[in-house]
Design a protein around this ligand. Structure first.
Ligand SMILES: [Zn+2]
Length: 331
């Protein structure tokens, strides 16, 4: 039995037909965790869909109305890059409910997973890049509304910039510029990587992403690490370590929302970074070790993953659970 909960439903499956997004990955992760003996049935908890009121903590009434009535414009549907259906709407409401439940369990157990979610490209008034509803933002706003937390930090390690997250949580900003602590990359690191920072509001957002990739417009996060193409394990881990320590010097969150995208993987079809499966597990371990050392509860979501071989994506996500067990298992 795991020392934390895995929030999961078979209905996380996204009904989007043949698509680069492997909608079957959630079911495969669930199966693999059970088959491998890593998790047992009692480790899983079934979420309820978020209520419309929860969704409205982040999204505009006009957008929610369009989703509920199937009245997105053709352009809006195109921008979402997944085919609209009422069933798809239900899957996203459920993913948001899953992140809300995982955030709750994170506070009581130190860490919890939503075996889904991480839809970081959703904006308050529109969906983008396979993301209809920003489940992580909904979870944070609901926890704040219930006075369970005041502050949160998002650590987004998907290969794509967390544009929706940045837009939703944009706080007071000062003009960019490198952090005093990190004015130049250490010799030997990816020479063109850049770390940009701005002040945060009640939610501090960190995004490590490939600069030359979707989305073209990257609204500023509290810390953005713009990584060059084909960066490898050690350079990536150095930048992550730096971003985490810079962020946690500036901000003391009551919840850390880790968006553990599998797409920085070297074999990813939509990514251009060169991390190995082992390097991605080290990434997970680093985030967990830093959070545990500071007693910050962690809520994990899985976000993207488009490996040529779907089982690689599944393995990377399962490794995140293994990393959590190793760090939080206490053994
Ligand atoms: Zn991605």
């Amino acid at each position: 039995m795991l020392p934390f909960k895995l929030v999961y439903s078979d209905d996380y499956y996204l009904p989007i037909g043949a698509h680069v997004f492997p909608a079957q990955k959630y079911r495969r992760i669930h199966e693999r965790l059970i088959e491998s003996g890593l998790a047992e049935a009692s480790d899983f908890v079934t979420p309820q869909p978020a209520s419309d009121q929860d969704i409205l903590l982040v999204h505009t009434p006009q957008y929610v109305q369009k989703l509920k009535t199937g009245t997105l414009s053709a352009r809006e549907e195109l921008e979402m890059e997944i085919p609209y259906s009422p069933k798809l709407v239900r899957a996203f409401w459920l993913a948001a409910g899953g992140s809300m439940l995982a955030a709750d369990f994170a506070l009581s157990d130190g860490i919890a997973f939503n075996v889904g979610g991480g839809f970081h490209h959703a904006f308050p008034d529109h969906g983008e890049g396979f993301c209809m509803i920003h489940d992580v933002a909904v979870a944070i706003r609901r926890m704040q509304r219930d006075d369970k937390i005041n502050t949160a930090m998002t650590v987004d390690c998907d290969v794509h910039h967390g544009n929706g997250t940045a837009a939703i949580f944009a706080g007071m900003r000062i003009p960019g510029g490198p952090l005093p602590s990190r004015s130049a990359p250490r010799a030997g690191w990816g020479q063109e990587a850049r770390l940009r920072s701005a002040h945060a509001g009640d939610v501090f957002t960190i995004s490590l992403h490939q600069e030359n990739n979707y989305p073209a417009w990257k609204p500023p996060s509290s810390i953005d690490v713009d990584l060059p193409d084909e960066i490898e394990d050690n350079d990536y881990l150095g930048w992550l370590d730096n971003a985490l320590s810079s962020g946690l010097r500036q901000f003391d969150p009551e919840l850390l929302c880790y968006i553990a995208g599998a797409d920085p993987y070297r074999e990813d079809q939509l990514g251009g970074l060169c991390l190995t499966i082992e390097g991605l597990k080290k990434r997970d371990e680093l985030v967990f070790r830093v959070a545990k050392a500071r007693d910050i509860p962690v809520m994990v979501t899985f976000a993207g993953g488009y490996a040529r071989i779907v089982e690689d994506t599944v393995a990377i996500h399962c490794n995140t659970v293994i990393a959590a067990k190793e760090i939080f298992g206490g053994k």
